[in-house]
Write a protein that binds this ligand. Sequence first.
Ligand code: 3H9
Length: 691
Amino acid sequence: MTAGDGPVRLTSTSPVALIEIDNPPVNATSQAVRAGLLAAIQEVERNPQIEAAVIACAGRTFVAGADIREFGQPPREPHLPDVIDAIEDSSKPVVAAVHGTALGGGCEIALACHARIAEPSASFGLPEVKLGLVPGAGGTQRLPRLVGLEAALDLVSSGRMVKAAEALRLRLIDRISSRDLRQEATELARELIGKPIRRTGEQVVAGIDSQSASAKVAEIRRKARGAEAPGRAAELALLAADLPLKEGMARERETFLALRGSEQSAALRHAFFAEREVTRLPGLDGVEPRPVQKVGIVGAGTMGSGIAIAFADAGFDVKVVETSEQALSAGEARITDTYEKQFASGRLSAAARGERLQAIGYAVGTSSLSDRDLVIEAVFEDLDVKRALFRDLDTILKPGTILATNTSYLDINLIAAATSRPADVVGLHFFSPANVMKLLEIVRTDATADDVVATGLALAKRLRKIPVVCRVCDGFVGNRILSRYRQQAEYLLEEGALPHEVDAALESFGFPMGPFAVSDLAGLDIAWARRKRLAPNRDPRERYVDIADRLCEAGRFGRKTGAGWYRYEGGKREIDPVVTALVEEASQRRGLTRRTISAEEIQSRIRTAIVNEACKILDERIVERPLDVDVVMMNGYGYPAWRGGPLFEADRVGLQFILDQAKERAELDGPGWEVAEGLVRRVASAEKFYP
Ligand code: 3H9
């Protein structure tokens, strides 16, 4: 018999019934799913023909969690914790049959079943902290009872997913299926009939001593850099060792509901949906991407190698070219080394390492690229060099090949103009390390064809990157904003702050690293070369801080030379009195009396610099939507996601406040700092970035 016309179907074959959830796209536990699941469990309990049940899902995945879109509304009955309790309390064994991802509420359903079986490719996780929440349907209480406190603390506070093999090792699941998931789940359910039911909530937690538990929670809070949820989730998991399930769940529910209404959760939900919205560009509906399988990379330096790895990891056929044998073998060594390290650390199997290495070919000269569908250049950042290369590629590549440049700053219109096919030219700006960083700026020139932009978006999906489409300007979205942010950081130095104070203020704001520490890591020489290049066109009235130039003149290029904004001893960054003296001299030269600058002022001025520049970027239609800026800043520049990105946060801080500060800066900083018209206009019309 099959019952239920909603998203949950009960097929009551005797003795094992199948409860199937079918709620595309990801089987989220909407109100209808919760109600259907509860009704199905009640029917299993009531029907004497049924002796056990299997919960499985239709479509591409097991339940991927609560329906995030419902979080803005008041909770509606039946609540998920009650549905899940009904599963656990069932007097007949219930088995979870998991394929795809069992996340959040989906993982919690599985945890409350009496046994769990999963496909080898399935994954499990409690990612609620990534949405500013704690698990709200027993996850923090049941997980420790299955996997012990140590593993549970890690999983609930990081939101990390584990694959079936690890889940089995941790005892999160009982079996991995080897043939047919549902059939094997049914067999498992049959085996459990008549045996005492093993309820997760009745298990004893394998704890850890209280000293190391509190040390772990402190460490989790420190790593969270201002995000509240990870610490709260960890504290709840600790309670599982001391409290009965019901009491622990009551505490969990209380925390869940409080966080659900928090600013941090609203910001993180915004981030979640914005990262998906960026891929839907207005005006590109129905435009078919070009097929791409064969990819060429010109330049095997750090960037080129990283891009080659990113494509090989995603299953493309890759060819890397260089101008000399020597440069080519250095690139090949870099790529091989990366894969060897991944293999040694257990992140990559021997077979996968073999496949990836096989997928990448190497050659000297561009002539071997004639069969490529896409060619990306990652050569020296110089307009003439890139134009010459594109002129050469134009004569070699087949019609329809996309020519992409990985430039960070240069005018791609000029690069495209060096070819006879500017419509096929696009910027694909990867971030370093290119095989790790999620952000990809897709830069369309005045001539880029729509299907080339659509191909960029399709490539990003295959590469598992987060793409933001923008137009040409100096530095595009991210680096253009970054240079304003850096400029403001240097003004703060002249006025009285020291590099470590600026860094500390921004690290406590939630950035993983302050701008001076980042600059030491990246190397000061590249930005120095760029400043020298731009110097002839700089407005002589602009407030220009030359401390970085002086550091470079002294050979201090950052970590790689053992000194930059800091001094490095044994890899540890230390405040350097030489830099302090340089900073103080700079204040003197400017005639400024140094003063104490609070962390709050530092944070707020940096935010204003970012928002003001972002408004200009929107005014010039470099990007179409505020969310494009937020996604760039959160995914490429470390802007804390729990703040939702600079523009989401600006709405909360108040645009009037930001405008007042921007005007003050314009007065004090003079030429080089203009208040964005878009900011003035928004304040005048009380318009928000996110109405
Ligand atoms: C929770 O469970 C709380 C509980 O502890 C307690 C409750 C009381 N809701 O990412 P994709 C949409 S908190 C609504 O592009 P993929 C998504 O917006 C939740 N919608 O696919 C997109 O829509 P569109 C804990 C959702 O294959 C479409 O599905 N769970 C949800 O790359 C496809 O998504 C999570 O945090 C949702 N929960 O990745 C899991 N999930 O096409 C969040 C997805 O209109 N989800 N959508 O843009 C994910 O991590 C990924 O979506 C997943 C699939 C890995 C599942």
